[in-house]
Design a protein around this ligand. Structure first.
Ligand code: C2O
Length: 549
């Protein structure tokens, strides 16, 4: 295995999209940020130096960080931020993982411009469990805001209202030809006929789940969240913020000069405003006449058809088709026994307006979001440091509830007072606890799908359904054989999802909705996994350059 060094210089850069120029926070002046590549088993050393006024942290989304939680990145969870003029080296080894990941800033809304693909190739001479692709192409979805995203979220939090939505979606930073003043900023994928391409797709958008399709081409899904799946063909994929999906694209045998649109637009179930625009890129077949003097006869541009914006039945069927490969070489190690059962509710809500303020949320309240009626309060010092040094008092309390303290019918009319409290509460797990967690969408302010992301682990999605979860009946239908294994799962709108994981990674691990606005409103919590008895079951000591708060 190799050690790979990267330098991330965080600096401001002027970038123009949709005819709006703004100064954005970037890595090395690039937008989107640079591609990081390594192989399974490699060590990565990424030196991040902060040359901007904002505090910065970087998260390696989907990388388990076995015993190396200090390199995970969420601000005030595993580390204090890197302040202006400081550097920090993220030092971690990729153990037992390969596939498509991404890195992104993990503080406030800075990931709107600070993100890039993180590709972990298999070990040398280990083939993919599918046809070797002719070429591999990262396709990273993002969102472009004409306004400054830090101003958008701070204003929303001050007024209690909903933040302004984005002005465009992007593919590899480019909005494409369906927006005004954007045709020149179009992602083009030039392909040869009769070849197989591996598209490594990442949804790095702040706030929107996306449908994606390429006109007249089907896609074969082979991997989701960096786990191989039983391949299946589809015309459209659904990808939530925080998810990655690898697909094979087989090009047609003979189509010189033909062009096809690839488009993405949101899947939305909740109420409220959202950006309902469409990003497009172009798939273009190589033409033998490209350099000839005779102009090409203009071929028609084919356009894909995407599902309706709120197509929950598509989302459900799509999720059900995803199964782990579950072969001897790539087994699905689903925990068969459960030590601890948890039931969390996830959802939006409102809380009373602060004194002397007029809040723009529903009926003069302010928007809030919670897990099990607790809206998470971000501490001012990092939880992992507080835990490691034994100075947790006043920072967090180890009493996150196993069940919500106040139950109600999650698919009926919510009560007027949903009893949301604030707190920095952690769920403590002894090393190697086998966990089953059911997450129920509360449907307050409308049934809404929430992409829940867990740091430090992959989990198996053993069941999902609509309505209120029934602990007596629903487990009978759990899939404990080949469920999809992933790090971000959509909790169905008006329903629930059940996951299992083994708590074999000591540290403090954030879990949150990957819709950034919901995280900002408090839809987040953290697990504290204690050290095991053996030396190789303990969190490593913090690095000397770990930032201080
Ligand atoms: Cu992609 Cu907590 O993050």
């Amino acid at each position: 295995a190799a050690t790979r060094h990267y330098e991330f210089n965080i600096k401001m850069q002027n970038v123009t999209r949709l005819c709006h120029t703004k100064s954005i926070v970037t890595v090395n002046g690039k937008f989107p940020g640079p591609r990081v590549i390594a192989r399974e088993g490699d060590r990565l050393l990424v030196r991040v130096t902060n040359h901007v006024p904002n505090n910065i942290t970087i998260h390696w989304h989907g990388i388990r960080q076995l015993r190396s939680g200090w390199a995970d990145g969420p601000a005030y969870i595993t580390q204090c931020p890197i302040q202006t003029g400081q550097s920090y080296v993220y030092n971690f080894t990729v153990v037992g993982q390969r596939g498509t990941f991404f890195w992104h800033a993990h503080i406030s809304w800075l990931r709107s411009t600070l993100y890039g693909p993180l590709i972990i190739l298999p070990k040398k001479n280990v083939p993919y469990p599918f046809q070797k692709p002719y070429e591999e192409i990262p396709i990273v979805f993002g969102e472009w805001f004409n306004a400054d995203t830090e101003a958008i979220i701070s204003q929303a939090l001050q007024t209690g209202g909903g933040p302004n939505v984005s002005d465009a979606y992007t593919i590899n930073g480019l909005p494409g030809p369906l927006y005004n003043c954007s045709a020149k900023d179009t992602f083009k994928l030039r392909v040869k006929p009769g070849k197989t391409y591996l598209l490594r797709m990442v949804n790095a958008a702040l706030n929107d789940e996306l449908f994606f399709s390429i006109a007249n081409h089907s896609l074969t899904i082979v991997d989701a969240d960096a786990i191989y799946v039983k391949p299946f063909e589809t015309n459209t994929i659904l990808i939530t913020p925080g998810q990655t999906t690898n697909v094979l694209l087989k090009t047609k045998p003979n189509f010189p000069g033909a062009t096809f649109l690839m488009t993405a637009r949101p899947y939305v179930t909740g109420q409220g405003t959202f950006d309902n625009s469409t990003v497009a890129g172009i798939l273009e077949y190589e033409s033998p006449f490209l350099h000839s003097v005779t102009p090409l006869k203009k071929l028609p541009l084919y356009k894909p058809i995407l599902p309706p914006l709120n197509d929950t039945s598509f989302a459900t069927n799509f999720a059900k088709k995803l199964r782990s490969l579950a072969t001897p070489q790539f087994p699905a190690n689903v925990p068969q026994e459960v030590d601890k059962h948890f039931f969390f509710t996830v959802g939006l809500g409102t809380s009373p307006c602060d004194q002397n303020k007029t809040c723009q949320g529903p009926n003069g309240t302010k928007f809030a979001a919670s897990v099990s009626n607790i809206s998470f309060v971000q501490p001012t010092t990092a939880l992992l440091q507080a835990h490691f040094t034994g100075q947790s008092s006043g920072v967090y309390s180890p009493d996150f509830p196993i069940n919500p303290l106040h139950w109600f019918n999650y698919t009926g009319n919510p009560p007027n007072n949903t009893m949301v409290g604030n707190g920095t509460k952690l769920m403590v797990l002894p090393f190697n606890t086998s966990v089953e967690l059911v997450m129920q969408d509360t449907s307050i302010l409308g049934a809404e799908s929430h992409p829940l992301h867990l740091h430090g682990f992959n989990f198996f999605v053993v069941g999902q359904g609509f309505g209120n979860y029934d602990p007596n009946e629903d487990p009978k239908n759990f899939n404990l054989v080949d469920p999809i294994e992933r790090n971000t799962v959509g909790v169905p709108a008006g329903g629930w999802v059940a996951i299992r994981f083994l708590a074999d990674n000591p540290g403090v691990w954030f879990m949150h909705c990957h819709l950034e606005v919901h995280t900002s409103w408090g839809l987040k919590m953290a697990w504290l996994v204690l050290d095991g008895k053996l030396p190789n079951q303990k969190l490593l000591p913090p690095p000397a350059d770990l930032p201080k708060c």
